[in-house]
Design a protein around this ligand. Structure first.
Ligand SMILES: [Fe+2]
Length: 240
């Protein structure tokens, strides 16, 4: 079956009014368990062995430890992730929930779609916002692919709203779970991985304005090179 048909079937069952209300009530955050159809999940999982050599490991003391694969590596080894990212049906779904007209990130953004690997004890990322370096908003989608871990996505809801009490929440990113949030609003972290555990996540990034100032592009590229994908992936001399 075609990817488009499979995702259409998953989305056709969605109650938009309920999800839009949840998204707004949680300050632009939505969690949907079992969102991804097993057929798509299985296709993604079947590609993981071939992606193993493309994992770039990073360690930044007190901030982050883990592996990542950029969109460029995914494009060359497993183009289905890029195909999924660009599905018009999925865009329409996200547009409904966010009440925005979302755009794909430019080709120069290595974070457009990427895989995060938590595979060694202690792999984690400290509390942060997925700050938008673009002129407009940045929305993050997380899709759980593998989770045999005790790691949690922990977040502080309403932290950016003055005079509103912050609420601590946490969840496991079980296979098929979708999390959608406004990167400038959700303060979040991933707690450290235990022994013999594994957690692999597909992350997708959508924006409302693809423009980015030169200084912000530089800061964004440096962050991606150091914390995620390595300099060879981010500052690619051969271009795309
Ligand atoms: Fe994040």
């Amino acid at each position: 079956m075609k990817l488009k048909t499979e995702i259409y079937q998953a989305i056709a069952a969605v109650d938009y009014h309920k999800l839009q209300a949840e998204f707004q009530a949680q300050n632009e955050l939505l969690v949907l368990e079992n969102f991804l159809p097993n057929s798509i999940l299985d296709r993604f999982l079947s590609l993981l062995p071939s992606l193993q050599p493309a994992i770039n490991r990073n360690y930044i003391p007190n901030h982050k430890k883990g592996g990542s694969i950029s969109r460029y590596s995914l494009d060359s080894v497993a183009p289905i992730f890029g195909e999924f990212y660009h599905l018009s049906t999925f865009f329409e779904f996200l547009n409904e929930i966010t009440a925005e007209k979302l755009l794909p990130c430019p080709d120069t953004d290595p974070h457009t779609y990427a895989l995060y690997y938590y595979t060694e004890p202690g792999d984690h990322i400290q509390y942060h916002y997925d700050t938008s370096y673009y002129h407009g908003k940045r929305y993050t989608v997380l899709l759980g692919l593998v989770d045999t871990s005790s790691s949690k996505l922990e977040y502080q809801l309403y932290r950016d709203i003055p005079n509103r009490e912050t609420q601590m929440r946490s969840l496991s990113l079980t296979p098929g779970t979708l999390v959608l949030f406004n990167g400038d609003k959700l303060y979040h972290r991933v707690t450290p991985l235990g022994e013999n555990e594994q957690r692999i996540v597909l992350t997708l990034e959508y924006v409302t304005d693809i423009r980015m100032g030169m200084l912000k592009r530089f800061v964004s590229n440096m962050k991606d090179a150091i914390a995620y994908f390595g300099f060879r992936q981010v500052f690619r001399p051969w271009g795309k």
